[in-house]
Design a binder for this molecule. Structure first.
Ligand code: SF4
Length: 747
């Protein structure tokens, strides 16, 4: 007899409500939840097929231990007792000999979609006393966190467009139709974009590719990759030129307007056009739409974040939204309210507010983490604090980080590499220990930290989900794993003996209770009770009460006008429109402008995503990588292909200053000439244990991206993963690219 479970998807920020049907302990179908209070029957293919991913025969079910040399390693089954004892004693030994910072952690995106995983991972590092935290944010969004802290006083103070009321939305370097929104939960992006224009609003896309979103509604302007900062400078120039400043709001709530005016002064639309390719008339039309609206917003995502000057560009965007009066205004940008005032809490308690600097590169910690692009150097540079052990939790840095080839060498030098995941990965292939974790369907949960603590939702709500499936094999949740690792290493979670003891007792009691009905149940913390405690502390009632709202429980709608007067957490409570470290980028921009204006010899490589892929996660699902979809392609404008004598389907060598890959090419007229696009997340041939993904073609685009301090954004430590200068030629070697992702020898 089938059973129906209400739950929600934890693959991306849309968090779509789902209805899952099970028989026994197997999912038979997943459907969108038509009655969901916010997502209203929307879900995508990935969410509806996630059970096939988690139910794969390749799923990690038992702890695995490396046998033999790291690069010719094989992993064999071990027990949890062996894993905890070995990892614990090695951690203890490294801690005692080399100090806490020699133990590092890399937290991937997957960790951010549950509540307990990131909290307990952080608690483990606090227990060790280590500052060596790295996160996937420095690949796609650290610029936003660093800028928000400088302007608003807290990294998670992230204004988002009031999508349902805006009269003008300008989207730069984002493609919600495929990637959904980031830093904002907006389900059914296509319908929401259409609704802006159907109610008479203006919608613009600024992108080097006419994206799937740009084809939905609104107008599109091509921009040369990597020149976003000049677009924003010209936009700001025009705002000043037309007197589009909300003087009252600026006087009441902001500092630094004069400095901002000085910075914008030289950047006329005509001057900026020589770099961006957006002609002055088009830019002026965009500014007219923006200033003419009673509520307008500029919004950007990874296309801006991952390019050069991502921090400066984002700062200018935020400054424009603020000085025009659109920040904290209906139809403009809003700052959500979570179940607590997280910014106030963070500033008061120093949470996510570290200001220490990295050993390599002297980067300031962003969200209490250092840039991933320095990780290889931190492992390979001798001296106090040299990283000797790494825990990778919910991420796959060997595919997702810049300088992947160098990073592989560096990881191979570690004394201890531990990976916690659901499925094998490239990183797991070279680990000493691989620890199997529960999948989202096997755990109770709340919507992840963005909605819960920050209210970054177009329609605020809360939801609680029970576990849908019983965990099989010996998988454990990460919270329990980190608690046990603390005990094994002789440290206390969160650095608190009391917390460690209390949680160990709770784990013991809960495990005993579970074993009354399931004698083979793995030791586990009472996740549901911990989530309930979090809800109670934040005044949201119990987990049980929330779970009764099977389609979610609406929270009060956003209140425009609630932010500026009381929730800015800078020292004087006013927005800093001109943070000195960002103002200081000025001279660098002049040099970059000259380069962008004059040097067009090389193509610029951007990223691209298919609806069926999500970073490096979904390539082990046969139906998503069948036939034509079994590789990534380099997309090139037909005129660029013709100029290089390349025909559709040709195999090409793509060379950057950092590396090279060989990949099949397809022409795409939606690209701006001079731009090529290569989807990320591919290149799984070295992933032992992923039977489907390792047999796909495809190359890791991040072999073309450079790591190392000199190649990162100095302000935020962001890697440059888009707008990479490349040369493309016909393949100089074998046409079969399926297992090839190295640097081809020079002709
Ligand atoms: S858009 Fe797709 S992947 Fe994202 S939450 Fe919804 S169903 Fe899941």
């Amino acid at each position: 007899m089938p059973t129906t479970h209400p739950t929600f998807c934890r693959i991306c920020e849309a968090l779509c409500g789902l209805t899952v049907e099970t028989e026994g302990n197997r999912v038979t179908a997943i459907r969108p939840d038509d009655g969901h209070v916010a997502t209203e029957g929307y879900a995508c293919l990935k969410g509806l097929r996630q059970h096939e991913l988690y139910g794969s025969p390749d799923r990690l079910r038992y702890p695995l231990r490396r046998q033999g040399d790291r690069n010719a390693a094989s992993l064999s089954r071990a027990t949890w007792e062996e894993a905890n004892a070995d990892i614990g004693s090695r951690v203890r030994s490294i801690l005692d000999t080399h100090g806490p910072d020699s133990l590092a952690m890399y937290v991937g995106t997957a960790a951010g979609f549950g509540v307990l995983h990131p909290v307990f991972a952080q608690g483990f590092m606090q227990g060790l006393g280590s500052r060596s935290m790295y996160s996937s944010a420095s690949q796609d969004c650290s610029n936003k966190f660093a800028v928000a802290r400088a302007m608003y006083g807290f990294p998670f103070t992230q204004p988002f467009p009031d999508v349902d009321r805006t009269e003008c939305l300008i989207i730069v370097g984002a493609n919600p139709a495929i990637s959904k929104w980031s830093f904002l939960q907006v389900p059914n992006p296509i319908a929401r974009l259409k609704s802006i224009t159907s109610r008479g609003g203006k919608l613009w896309f600024v992108d080097p590719r006419r994206t799937e979103s740009a084809k939905v509604a609104g107008e599109h302007a091509f921009i040369r990759p990597g020149t976003d900062v000049f677009f924003y400078l010209a936009f700001l120039h025009e705002v000043f030129a037309r007197g589009g400043i909300d003087k009252r709001k600026v006087a009441l709530h902001m500092n630094g307007l004069a400095e901002l005016r000085r910075i914008a002064a030289p950047w006329t639309p005509e001057r900026s056009a020589e770099a961006t390719g957006i002609d002055a008339a088009t830019l002026r039309r965009m500014v007219s739409d923006y200033l003419g609206a009673r509520g307008a917003a500029l919004y950007c995502s990874t296309g801006v974040n991952m390019g050069p000057e991502g921090s400066t560009a984002f700062w200018l965007q935020e400054a424009i939204n603020a000085i025009t009066g659109n920040l904290d205004r209906a139809g403009g940008t809003l700052v959500g309210e979570g179940v607590i005032d997280f910014a106030k809490f963070g500033v008061k308690n120093g949470v996510l507010m570290r200001s220490d600097r990295s050993r390599v590169g002297d980067f300031m910690a962003v969200n209490d983490a250092f840039p991933g692009g320095t990780l290889a150097d931190e492992i390979q540079t001798p001296g106090p604090g040299k990283i000797r052990a790494l825990f990778v939790t919910g991420g796959n840095p060997l595919i997702t980080m810049p300088g992947s080839a160098r990073l592989r060498d560096a990881l191979s030098e570690l004394e201890l590499l531990v990976v916690l995941d659901i499925l094998p990965t490239e990183t797991a292939s070279i680990a000493d220990w691989v620890l199997p974790c529960t999948s989202p369907l096997e755990r109770p949960d709340l919507p992840f930290i963005f909605p819960l603590m920050l209210g970054m939702q177009s329609r605020p709500y809360l939801q609680a989900t029970e576990r849908v499936l019983e965990p099989e094999g010996e998988v454990r949740d990460e919270a329990t794993i980190y608690l046990d690792l603390c005990r094994a290493a002789g440290v206390n979670l969160f650095g608190s003996k009391l917390a460690q003891r209390a949680l160990e007792m709770a784990r013991k009691r809960h495990t005993k209770k579970r074993r009354e009905t399931r004698p083979d149940a793995q030791p586990a913390l009472p996740e549901r009770s911990l989530l309930s405690l979090l809800l109670r502390i934040t005044g949201q009632g119990s987990f049980d009460r929330l779970a009764e709202h099977t389609h979610g429980r609406l929270r009060p709608p956003h209140a425009p006008g609630s932010f500026l007067a009381s929730r800015v957490t800078t020292s004087d409570g006013r927005i800093d429109l001109a943070p000195p470290a960002l103002v200081a980028t000025g001279p660098r921009l002049e040099a970059r402008y000259e380069h962008e204006r004059l040097d067009r010899r090389r193509l610029k490589l951007i990223t691209k995503r298919a609806i069926t892929t999500h970073n490096s996660w979904t390539h082990n699902l046969e139906r998503f990588v069948a036939g034509e979809n079994s590789t990534n392609y380099l997309y090139m404008h037909p005129t660029d292909a013709e100029a290089r004598g390349l025909v559709d389907g040709a195999t090409c060598d793509v060379r950057s200053d950092a590396g090279a890959v060989r990949v099949p090419m397809r022409t795409l007229a939606d690209l701006m000439p001079g731009t090529v696009a290569l989807p990320h997340g591919w290149g799984h041939q070295a992933a032992g244990g992923l039977r489907v993904a390792s047999a796909t073609g495809g190359v890791n685009v991040n072999l073309l991206a450079a790591d190392g301090a000199a190649n990162l954004d100095p302000f935020s430590g962001m890697a440059r993963l888009t707008a990479i200068p490349v040369d493309v030629t016909a393949a100089a070697g074998p046409k079969d690219s399926s297992n090839w992702s190295g640097v081809p020898s020079a002709e």
